[in-house]
Design a protein around this ligand. Structure first.
Ligand code: HEC
Length: 373
C-alpha cells in the first residue's frame, strides 16, 4: 500500500441520510469528504461504480458528515451539529437546525426521523427534523440492554425493506442487527468478524434491494451478503474512466419509498456535546510536523497531539525516530499499536476517543501533502 493511501483513509462521514419522496432514477448516494478541502455528494451507479457529481457542501471548519436519504432528500449532519437538508437536483443545501457538537458516523432516515450512531459516545440517537432535536436512545450494547457496550468506530446504519436495522462498526469490522428502540445490537453472523473497514452502508432500495457498502481502502462500492456481512462483489468508484476515484471517507445512503416502522425512543435529552478532551501532559518534544493544512479545528487539535506525543518517534529528524509518520488510518489501528508496540505502551488508556479521532484526522490530512511516492 502506498503511504498516501494508508494515510488518507478514515471516517469522515458522520451523517448522510436519504429521505425518499419521488422515485429517483438512481437510488444510491455517496458523500465523500477529506474534511478539509471538499465534501462532495455523488450519485453512484451500483453496477459500474460510476459517480455523477451532484454538488458540494459548504465547508465550515470541523466538517464531519453522515448521509441519509428519504424519498426525495438527503440529510447530512456535521460535526458541529448542523443538520443539512440536501436536494439533489437541482442541488441545494439548507441547514434546518443544530443538534450540538457530535461525532456521528452512521446516519439513516426512516419515517421522518434520522437515526445516528456516535463514535465518541457509542450511543444511538434519534433526530427529529421538525423542529430539529436530538434524543438519546442509549449506548449500543451487545445482546441485551445490560450487555457490553459495542465500540462504535466509523461505519454506518442501514434499514432493509422489511424494517430490520443493520449496523456496521469498524471497531470489530463487522455487521450487527440493531433494535433501534433500545439500542441493543446482535452480531449478524457469529461465525464472521474482521470483515474489513467500511464507511457507508445502505440497502439498494430502488435496485435489487441488496446490501451495499463503501470502502475507502478499496475505493470501491461493495456488495455484501446480508446474512453474514461478507463481501461478495466489488466495483471501483470512478469519475473519469479508467482512473479509480480516490475516496477518503464516504457515507452511503439510498432513497426508498416504503416507510418502515418507527422507533419509540425511551429517554429524552435534547442536546449533546462531546466532553472536552483531557489535558495532555507532554512527555517529550518532537520536531514540528511538516504539515501544511490547518483548516479543520479537529485536525488542528490532532496536530497538536501528534506534535506532543507522536512526532518524537514518527517524524524523520526527531531524536527517537523509528519510522515515518504512523501511516495508519483508524482509531482501531492506533489502539492496536498502543496495545502491541512496547515503546507505545505508556499511552494505554491515556487518550480519549475524541483525541484518537483528532489524531487520525491529522494523520490523514498529512497524507495530502505527501503526494504519491
Ligand atoms: C517512543 C516512541 C514512539 C512514540 C512516542 C509513538 N510511537 Fe508509534 N510506534 C513506535 C514504534 C517503535 C512502532 C513500531 C514500528 C515498526 O513496527 O516498524 C510504532 C508503530 C506505530 C503504529 C503502527 C504502524 C505500522 O505501520 O504498523 C501506529 C499506528 C503508531 N505507531 C501511531 C502512533 C501515534 C498516533 C503516536 C502518538 C500518539 C505514536 N505512535 C507515538 C514508537 C512510537
Amino acid at each position: 500500500m502506498r503511504i498516501h493511501r494508508l494515510l488518507s483513509t478514515i471516517m469522515a462521514l458522520t451523517g448522510l441520510a436519504w429521505a425518499t419522496a419521488a422515485a429517483a432514477a438512481s437510488s444510491i448516494f455517496l458523500l465523500d469528504t477529506d474534511e478539509l478541502t471538499y465534501a462532495t455528494v455523488f450519485e453512484v451507479d451500483q453496477s459500474t461504480g460510476r459517480l455523477t457529481t451532484l454538488g458540494s457542501l459548504p465547508l465550515p471548519t470541523d466538517v464531519t458528515l453522515g448521509l441519509a436519504a428519504s424519498d426525495d432528500r438527503l440529510y447530512a449532519v456535521t460535526q458541529s451539529g448542523e443538520v443539512l437538508q440536501i436536494t439533489p437536483r437541482p442541488f441545494r443545501v439548507v441547514s434546518i437546525g443544530n443538534i450540538g457538537a457530535n461525532a456521528i458516523v452512521g446516519l439513516a432516515f426512516s419515517d421522518g426521523l434520522l437515526y445516528a450512531t456516535d463514535e465518541a459516545t457509542d450511543q444511538l440517537y434519534v433526530i427529529q427534523l421538525t423542529p430539529v432535536s436530538l434524543t438519546i436512545v442509549g449506548e449500543v450494547r451487545l445482546g441485551s440492554t445490560g450487555g457490553p457496550v459495542l465500540d462504535i468506530d466509523g461505519g454506518d446504519l442501514a434499514l432493509d425493506a422489511a424494517g430490520s436495522w443493520y449496523l456496521w462498526t469498524n471497531g470489530t469490522e463487522d455487521a450487527y442487527l440493531l433494535d433501534v428502540t433500545n439500542a441493543v445490537a446482535v452480531q449478524l453472523d457469529p461465525a464472521t468478524a474482521g470483515l474489513g473497514a467500511k464507511s457507508g452502508l445502505t440497502f439498494d432500495h430502488q435496485g435489487d434491494g441488496g446490501l451495499v457498502a463503501s470502502s475507502w481502502r478499496l475505493d470501491a462500492l461493495l456488495t455484501l451478503d446480508p446474512a453474514t456481512g461478507a463481501t461478495v462483489a466489488s466495483v471501483n468508484f470512478w469519475l473519469a474512466w479508467p482512473a479509480a476515484y480516490d475516496a477518503h471517507y464516504g457515507d452511503l445512503a439510498s432513497a426508498r419509498s416504503a416507510s418502515p416502522p418507527r422507533a419509540t425512543p425511551t429517554s429524552t435529552p435534547t442536546a449533546t456535546s462531546t466532553p472536552p478532551p483531557a489535558t495532555p501532559t507532554p512527555s517529550f518534544t518532537g520536531v514540528p510536523l511538516t504539515n501544511r493544512l490547518t483548516a479543520s479545528t479537529a485536525v488542528a487539535r490532532g496536530r497538536k497531539l501528534y506534535q506532543t506525543y507522536c512526532a518524537y518517534c514518527h517524524e524523520a529528524g526527531s531524536a527517537g525516530f523509528v519510522r515515518q509518520t504512523a501511516p495508519r488510518e483508524s482509531i482501531h489501528a492506533i489502539r492496536k499499536a498502543i496495545a502491541e508496540v512496547p515503546q507505545m505502551r505508556f499511552f494505554r488508556g491515556f487518550f480519549t476517543r475524541r483525541e484518537l479521532r483528532d489524531l487520525v484526522r491529522c494523520l490523514r490530512s498529512v497524507s495530502r501533502g505527501l503526494g504519491e511516492p
